[in-house]
Design a protein around this ligand. Sequence first.
Ligand code: SF4
Length: 373
Amino acid sequence: MAKKKQPLTYTLPDEFQAFDFAQDLVAWYDSQKRDLPWRINKDPYRIWVSEIMLQQTRVETVKPYYHNFMDKFPTVQALADAPEDEVLKAWEGLGYYSRARNLQAAAREVKEQYGGIVPDTPEEIAKLKGVGPYTAGAILSIAYNKPEPAVDGNVMRVFSRLLLMEDDIAKPATRIKLEHLVRQTIPVGRAGDFNQAIMELGALVCLPKNPQCLTCPVFDYCLARKEGVQEELPVKGKAKPPRPVQLVAAVVRKGSELLIRKRPEQGLLANLWEFPIFEVKGQGDETAVLLESLEQEHGIEVEVLDQLTLVQHTFSHLHWEVSVYLCDYLGGEDTSTRGRFVTQEQLAEFAFPNVQTKIMEALKQKEAEATLL
Ligand code: SF4
């Protein structure tokens, strides 16, 4: 007979005074917490949107996007019913666009399966698209005050120091271990405030470099600080560097209009708009790649003029180096279903990723320089 799998058990170090630590931390949070737009109430939808926006993105960057997004899509229903292009436009510039697409897909699930009410059980919430263990824990604890851990990179750093843990936080097993340990530390009835207090501590005091131990509200409990090794923690294995990719992009002018196209429905930057962009493999000739690709994919002929700019952009797994050329349209009908010519004023109606807005800026600068001559 197969052996039954035992649940994992991890225990806090004996010398860590979890109860007193949690009380002091929450008291500090009560008196010092920042006034943030997603903290004005406990609406689970508002909290959910903020948590998705805050992934990989700084608080100050998120704030204006959050205000704009909540104005446009104030409820689950409003987000579920909006055209995807509008949602992507509201996300333009924030990056990691799959977050926006997943958020809307999940809002549609909430509308259809839960009558527009964000579910309040770990099992249901974890099934929503784009909601991982951290986001699920954050929504359940902050909106519904359920005693669930919300462990992200900041929390892993803070707890590695507090508990003097040398486990590699890049490993999934360490996150699971920390979820168990944080769960044991959550004070009764204050789960949401406790999770936010740890995040606040990580953002304001227990910084990645130079933790501010002398002003830390939990100085007395921190095991790494007692050993003087706080700056050596957390242990984090090296991630693979992003893979370099050479690309070439075309700003094709046809009178006062420019050619743009919608990216495919799947994959990187899905459904966003772009000036046509193509990969240059090996030692390929950029101009030849442009001419051939525009003909094959759009059925148009162009004359390649000057190089407009060189744009670099790093994604989590790729590093793009894009050589951008100004081109003049010569002939042919655009046979693709995703390309169209639009005026420069109309560009503002479409959602472009950052790498493309850099191309627009270079174009504007070039035009401004030309008018000065
Ligand atoms: Fe972080 Fe220092 Fe506070 Fe420990 S004492 S939690 S290392 S800031």
